[in-house]
Structures are given as C-alpha cells and as structure tokens.
Ligand binder design. Sequence first.
Ligand code: ADP
Ligand code: MG
Length: 390
Amino acid sequence: MACSATLQKSGNPREGATASSSFADNFDLITVMHTVLDGLIIVDGDGLIQMFNPAAERIFGFTPDEVMGKSVKMLMPEPYHGRHDGYMHRYMETGEAKVIGIGREVLGRRKDGDIFPMDLGINEMQMRGKRMFVGTIRDISKRKESEEKIKQYVAALQRSNQELDSFAYVCSHDLQEPLRMILNFTERLEHHLGASLDPKAQHYMRYVTGSAARARDLIRDMLSLARIDQQSEAEQNVATEEVLTEVLLDLAALIEEHEAQISSEPLPEIHVQPTHMRQLLQNLIANALKFCTAKPCIHIAAVKDGSRWQFSVRDNGIGIAPEHLPKLFQIFQRLHHREDYPGTGIGLAVCKKIVQKYGGAIWVESLPNKGSTFFFTLPVASITSLSEAA
Ligand SMILES: Nc1ncnc2c1ncn2[C@@H]1O[C@H](COP(=O)(O)OP(=O)(O)O)[C@@H](O)[C@H]1O
Ligand SMILES: [Mg+2]
C-alpha cells in the first residue's frame, strides 16, 4: 500500500518527541494505522496527501493511488475547499489555528460526490525535519441522521401538543357560552313553571340543571388547564405571602363553613406568572378544605432547596391510600363519588402542569385518616428583578 512505504521508516511518529524507541521497535505502527476504525490521513505542509489508511479508503471511496500526492482539498466540499489554501497559508505564517490542534465537525466529500458530516481532528507533527499534519476522520452521518430524526419527532410532537392545547382551549372557551345559555334558561324555566311542575317533572328539571352546572364546572376547569400554556402574563417576581392572603380571601366562605384553621410560615418570592401561584395554592387549599371529616387544620410552608423553593400544604383530612398515589395527578382521577365530595378531577392536573412548566415537581405524602401533605417546587425569584425592585 502506498502508505506503508512512506511510514515504515519513520517508526517514531514525532521526531524529538518523548515516544521511546522501544515503543517503535515493539509495535508495528503501520498495522495499527491499517486497523484503526477512524480514517487517518497525513498531509505535508503543501496540503498534499502522504498517507491514506484503509478506513479513510472506506469513508471516502478513493484508493490510496487515487489520492497520494494530491491536494487534500479533493476530499472537501465548498466552502472548505475554497478556504483551505488561505487557511493553511495563514496557519503556516502565524500559527493561527481554527481546526489544527482543536478538531471540529465539518463536511467531507466522497469519490461519488456524496457530501457527509464528519468529526475531524488535525494535529501538526515534525517528521524528518518537515512540518506534516495528521488528520483523523470519523464519519458521523449515521449519528447525524438519527439526531435529525429525533429533532423531527420532537418538532412533530411539539406541534401536535400545541394543536391539542389550542383545540382544548378553543373547545372549552367556545362551549362556555352555549352552556351559560342552557343553565340560564333552564333556571328561568324552573322559576317560570315553578309549582305547576309535578314531582316527576321537578325531578327531571333538577337533573337538567345539575348536569348543566357540572358541565359548566368541567368546562371552566378544562379551560384553566388549557390556559396554562397560553402565555397570558409575564413571568415575574411574585410575593407568595400576598398570593396566599388573596387566595384565603377567595376561599373565606368555604373556610368559615368548615370552621377551618389555617396557619402559615413566612413565604418567599418566586419567579412565575402570578396566576399560576394563585391556582396552585387555590387548588391545594380548596382540596385540603374539601377532603376532610373533622375541622380542617391546614398549614402552608416553604423551604429553600438550591435554586428552588419547596412549598408544602399540609392537612389533617381523610388522606389517600398508597395504591392511589401513582395516578393522583392525572386528569379526571377522583377517588370518591360526586355525592360524597363534589369536583371535576382536574385541579391536581392543573397543579402538575403548572409546576412542570417551570421545571418543578409536585408530589404528596399521605396516610389514610391522618392527613396529606402536598409538596411542590418552583424557581426562586430572579436576582435581577429583585435588585431592580430595590
Ligand atoms: N388534600 C387531599 N386529601 C385527600 N384526598 C385528596 C386531597 N387532594 C386531592 N385528593 C384526591 O385527589 C383527587 C383529585 O383531586 P383534584 O384533581 O383536585 O380533583 P377534585 O378536587 O375536583 O376532586 C380528589 O378527587 C381526591 O380524591
Ligand atoms: Mg380539587
């Protein structure tokens, strides 16, 4: 092979370098070069090919005879082909390197004209007093193809997720209006017919109004789930202490009805869309008030965990059996009959979608009849906005 003649004599690949002569004596470097899976090419200071190993033959499709003594540019497509001479010249004059000694991902050209991505590593060496360059080449077209496929799948998945989200949003948004009408007019009808309805008709009427109200609640909760991804508000530093006060005001009637005791520790600022923090506390505290038999005692706290705050909402309610925990945050997962505890089964799915939007997590620790503690993590307040506010 053309490469053997050139290299056999220079057993030590770097004259004056530290490789010992016993190394060269004990190892047949030509066999090594013939065996390695990566393409190896040696070019001289004029960019002319001096060695081309079998792996390089396989990669580029040229035999050594076809490339030996020719410019290495023949293995490069544009723009590398056009830039090569200038680059080499500048390197030889100034030592300014963009690839030599560094390595990078570039394009190569095979004999049949096919252009392919490759990892190229080049280094300079002294061989019998001459500046020479050794290049290692790894064909990465298969890896690139799979990366490209993954990118396409991810893009298709994102598209279909977005489509689903906007479908859910439009559906729930547009369904609100006709539902409002049904509810409104059945109530009027009930009022209008009043006592003239016989018991059976009153019973049917209650079914109609009850179902319409349930559909309204479902649509309302579906809409709040679909809205999470509609960037309606800017993310900002939010004082969760204030959000908690507002949420407790909203839930005042329920708190009073259940004679609930609510306590909290000092709460931090976090960096989110304000509505999201509100929805989180609203859903978790409403659940804590709802899923109880005795007077609810609810405690809200937060501890710092690196770049996140870990919030907790603890209750003394009915608790959750361990077998129900894995699916608890899935949409429409309810563990009770509507007659016992009303609801739509969307609240915890909303909470999960919100925390995941910020790269956080939500989980629960619970014992039946002892109570539950829901934990969730959110990013700490951004320092820039804090100093701007100061
Ligand atoms: N604090 C809690 N204590 C006991 N069970 C709970 C608690 N929070 C949620 N759950 C259970 O998780 C289910 C899902 O909660 P959620 O998504 O908020 O739906 P909803 O409140 O509409 O029923 C509830 O139906 C209930 O069975
Ligand atoms: Mg709920």
